[in-house]
Design a protein around this ligand. Sequence first.
Ligand code: GDP
Length: 259
Amino acid sequence: MTSTTASAPQSAFPGPPEPLAPTDKVVLGWTHTARFLTTASQLIHLPATELPEIAFVGRSNAGKSTAINTLAQQKRLAFASKTPGRTQHINLFELGPKDAPDALFADLPGYGYAAVARSAKLRWQKVMADYLEVRRSLSGMVLMVDSRLGLTDLDKQLLEFVAARVGSGEIRLLVLLTKSDKLNRKEANAALAATQEFLAELATEESDVSVTLFSALKKQGVSDVAQILHAWAHELHVPVEPPQLAEPGANAEAPLSPA
Ligand code: GDP
């Protein structure tokens, strides 16, 4: 993994200084530039691109649309649609300067919605698995998990699809424990610990895997997440605090050590 809590060795001949992390204003300004690019129901219809792509995935109702809108500080950029026909599209958003876009967000349909016909579910699972397996430009995945439910079997299946690419460091992974305003401190700590325990199995020396509490309602974790995604897209190293359990309102982003 790229995040480490060990102190760097001192050298008598220090190299160039580490680039300073951009301010929250800069990274939130960047997420705010997100604008709709295109929508596709099949992989072959996605534009081939060199831009780093960050996929947003999660069970239906996990708070994915709300998280995207909150990060982008836009009311209706991603809109939750519970209409089965609309659940099967990948929506792409472009970020950065209009004349020089520097990243894409891919909003993947929520899964696990009970009212979707089995055939549609199976078809969608295939599209999702293929996307996660073959999309070359995919460089990061944000998995939204309802903090009250924790990782479900479907979430774990999805993580299995990307395990190899996460393990090699090709795809970075951030799990958002959403709606954290609904948990008290003890419950939040338990949710973080349980998720970290599972994710530790995916972590390797090369991987970049982390988990954080997130509340669109209370704006918990919003600037931290914007910092991480900005760093992913711009290849900056974001120094992370040592693993810590949640204090109310505190940054609970916690890197995972290799298993
Ligand atoms: P999606 O299906 O994953 O896109 O989920 P939505 O973004 O539509 O959210 C599902 C439900 O959770 C909606 O009723 C939201 O209002 C609610 N929700 C989303 N984020 C939060 C949050 O941070 N706090 C609380 N309390 N509710 C939230």
